[in-house]
Write a protein that binds this ligand. Structure first.
Ligand SMILES: Cc1ncc(COP(=O)(O)OP(=O)(O)O)c(N)n1
Ligand SMILES: Cc1nc(C(=O)O)sc1CCOP(=O)(O)O
Ligand SMILES: [Mg+2]
Length: 209
């Protein structure tokens, strides 16, 4: 499972994709080639989050893609997700590892900071997420990161590095050439409402790998 952290990493967004369209939108991204899918919803009530996370896990596994839950290691454990993504304020790697065990994936936000990346790698992260590399309308306040730092991280760590922030089919090649194992994308996929357009956008990015 951990060796499959590679390729297009789709991340859901409740503002861009209303709940009633979540499953068809996610399926379109998977059909277009997404290899990982993260459920990122900070606003849905707990029951709905549980139900959607279980449904997305099943969908991802139909496409042999990895299913990751954002922010919430307890939910990831409860729905038997493949892993969790945590930021610098999301409770720490040790807590997540205690809930998820050694076989699940823990991804960690390291911004553009090699010190954070070294700490995350030493604490047992399975992938390092760096960004944001381009302006992002989804998370404009995310601190900017340099592609030179991405290149350095990809050379230094024996872990996959995921690049995020304003990524689309036109700029993704810069990140892949720098060594990113995966690019994480929200708006360039889910900014489309027609599933056929989501699928086409996913395919354009997926074929870059
Ligand atoms: C793959 C990936 N990389 C970075 C993030 C950002 O995580 P975080 O810093 O915790 O911010 P939020 O997503 O929780 O707003 C991510 N989710 N996924
Ligand atoms: C959730 C998130 N985290 C970031 C970081 O830099 O840590 S950038 C970001 C938003 C990514 O969405 P889009 O592809 O629409 O820019
Ligand atoms: Mg977070």
């Amino acid at each position: 499972m951990k060796q499959n952290i590679q390729g297009l990493y789709a991340i859901t967004d409740p503002t861009l994709t209303p709940d009633e369209h979540l499953l068809p939108a996610a399926e379109a991204a998977l059909f277009g080639g997404a290899r990982l899918l993260q459920y990122r919803d900070k606003t849905a009530p707990p029951d709905l989050r549980r139900r959607r996370a279980s449904q997305l896990r099943a969908l991802c596994h139909e496409y042999e893609a990895l299913f990751i839950v954002n922010d919430d290691p307890a939910l990831a454990a409860e729905v038997n997700a493949d892993g969790v993504h945590i930021g610098q304020s999301d409770g720490g790697i040790a807590t997540a590892r205690a809930l998820l065990g050694d076989n699940r994936i823990i991804g960690v936000t390291c911004h553009g900071d090699l010190t954070l990346a070294r700490e995350a790698a030493a604490a047992g992260a399975d992938y390092l997420a760096m960004g944001r590399f381009f302006p992002s309308r989804t998370k404009p306040q995310a601190p900017p990161a340099e592609i030179a730092t991405l290149k350095q991280a990809c050379g230094e760590f024996h872990l996959p590095v995921v690049a995020i922030g304003g990524v689309n089919a036109d700029n993704a090649p810069l990140l892949i050439q720098a060594g990113a194992a995966s690019v994480a994308v929200i708006e360039a996929l889910f900014g489309h409402s027609d599933p056929a357009d989501i699928e086409a956008a996913a395919r354009r990015i997926s074929t870059l790998f």
